[in-house]
Design a protein around this ligand. Structure first.
Ligand code: NAP
Length: 492
């Protein structure tokens, strides 16, 4: 049953979750969580520091050996129960997420379903961790290969998908038999605390998951990475922070998964189904108010259809209702904070100063919330900052191109390589362009690629490793090879 806003906030623990206990920060500090639609404080929660991080790591290390020996079926059943609890509580979890993050309730419900699905997917993967046995080519030795959990993990998540970025890491870590410390983003810690409470209810043993909410990321994370007990870092966030964390991991040679930023090209060829392309662009641009690593950042449209595409996309985007995510009928919520709004504003001003035309701009409430109107720009000059920066807002720059080689060159001319979108009805072109794009994922005639059953991740500076799919659990497993001689060895 859906509770009220006040009930939902009141129902969330406000403390750190360490070794199965809810506890205040050692130094008693706390911090406020803001509602981006109103700029008001929702509640205050524990602000963990270095001492709390040390306790959380200690708990994860202490729980590791027993957890690694827990039968895979038991680990899978915990995840399955957690999936069921999430689905049962969709409305409350969605409301909580909307309050702290801003996305419209309908999108928040979609994220709960998506996030819960990672638990179901990895509950099924827990019992399929394989190994193998073979003999060496000369027949003299056996090669036995087994898989073991990598060990205690540090998980760091961003604010834009507060539940899904958590379950996409916790799911495979639990399935693989790893213990973990989760540090969520300070803008959206409540979803992670609610998730921890739910996993506790699903009978996850003490110490397997520890959550340290904090505004002092460096104090919490760096000593843990340098301490020698954490064996794996799984990070989702910006490329700049990812780079810093990679360097911190190098001293103790920690395994890393890095899900970093993107600068997605969205390519519409002259033979594309323009209705489908406009639909796809609206999804790829406007999902999560444009605050997605997969957001279409540069829309390259063949010159023969560029004006028509820009007009049609503009009328779709400008018609969207912007407002508080909790209000009926709202399709676009606020940006996460004042800095995010300022960044988008500056990027649009820069593009317009360099010659871009505003095809249409929607309207947005002018109150304390961090709202930005959906905006389509055309004739965007190649030196505009928004073509080399993640816009992370509801702004679509349309750039006309003339031929396939040119658009591939433009699309690949970036340090990022997370996802690219291609709209064409020509099968040969579709496959050829998909192969030539330097990205980890391609949306071919679709504006949405995320799926728990698919390997999500990027190339170049968009990251290392994949989350989800069959490979998602691999990131949390080591190979162990055992060599033993065959008893009656053939003569060499
Ligand atoms: P961010 O600033 O990099 O922060 C991500 C997380 O890292 C937050 O929890 C943050 O906490 C923490 N962090 C920052 N500095 C740290 C440090 N020195 N040591 C340890 N942790 C630190 O990114 P964001 O603004 O939250 O998220 C947006 C970015 O995430 C975008 O670039 C987006 O593309 C990317 N993203 C990628 C994917 C993907 O799957 N590839 C998915 C979603 C988002 P603090 O805020 O307290 O510093």
């Amino acid at each position: 049953m859906t509770e009220t806003k006040t009930d939902v906030i009141a129902g969330v623990p406000r403390q750190l979750f360490i070794n199965g206990q809810w506890t205040a920060a050692a130094d008693g500090r706390d911090f406020g969580v803001e509602n981006p639609a109103t700029g008001t404080e929702l509640c205050r929660i524990a602000d963990g520091g270095a001492a709390d991080s040390a306790r959380a790591v200690e708990a994860a290390v202490a729980a590791q050996a027993t957890w690694a020996r827990t039968p895979p079926r038991v680990r899978g059943e915990i995840l399955r129960r957690a999936h069921e609890l999430m689905v049962e509580r969709t409305d409350d979890l969605a409301l909580l997420m909307t309050l702290e993050m801003g996305k419209p309730l309908a999108e928040a419900r979609g994220e709960v379903a998506y996030a819960a699905e990672f638990f179901r997917w990895f509950s099924e993967e827990a019992v399929r961790i394989d190994g193998g046995m073979t003999t060496t080519p000369d027949g003299r030795n056996r090669i036995m290969v087994m898989r073991q959990p990598v060990g205690p993990c540090m998980l760091i998540t961003p604010w834009n998908f507060p539940l899904a970025m958590g379950t996409r890491k916790i799911g495979p870590a639990v399935a693989a038999g790893c213990t973990m410390v989760l540090k969520p983003a300070p803008q959206t810690p409540l979803s992670s605390l609610a998730l921890a409470a739910l996993l506790q209810e699903a009978v996850l043993p003490d110490g397997v998951l520890n959550v340290v909410t904090t505004t002092r990321a460096g104090e919490v994370v760096e000593p843990a990475l340098r301490g020698g007990s954490i064996r794996k870092l799984s990070f989702t966030g910006s490329t700049a922070v990812g780079r810093l964390l990679l360097s911190q991991c190098s001293d103790t040679v920690i395994r890393t998964s890095m899900e970093l930023g993107g600068n997605a090209p969205f390519i519409v060829f002259e033979d594309a189904d323009l209705d489908a392309a406009v639909d796809g662009a609206t999804t790829a641009k406007m999902r999560n108010m444009g605050e997605a690593c997969t957001a279409a950042n540069r829309l390259y449209v063949h010159r023969s259809v560029a004006d028509e595409f820009a007009e049609r996309l503009a009328s779709r985007m400008a018609a969207l209702t912007v407002g508080p995510g909790t209000s009926e009928g709202v399709q676009v919520g606020p940006l996460i904070d004042a800095a995010a709004k300022q960044k988008v504003t500056a990027l649009v001003e820069d593009a317009v100063a360099k010659g871009a035309k505003v095809v249409a701009a929607g309207t947005a409430p002018q109150d304390a919330g961090h709202f930005y109107p959906p905006t389509v720009l055309s004739q965007v000059s190649g030196d505009s900052d928004m073509l080399t920066t993640e816009i992370f807002g509801p702004v679509a720059p349309v750039i006309a191109f003339d031929d396939e080689d040119e658009v591939i060159r433009l699309a690949n001319d970036t340090d990022w390589g997370l996802v690219g979108y291609v709209y064409t009805r020509d099968v040969d072109r579709a496959l050829d362009v998909s192969e030539r794009l330097e990205v980890g994922m391609v949306g071919l005639n679709t504006g949405l690629v995320s799926n728990p059953a698919a390997p999500f991740g990027g190339v170049k500076q968009s990251g290392l490793g994949r989350e989800g799919g069959r490979v998602g659990i691999e990131e949390f497993l080591e190979y162990k090879y055992i060599a033993t001689p065959v008893r009656d060895r053939p003569a060499s």
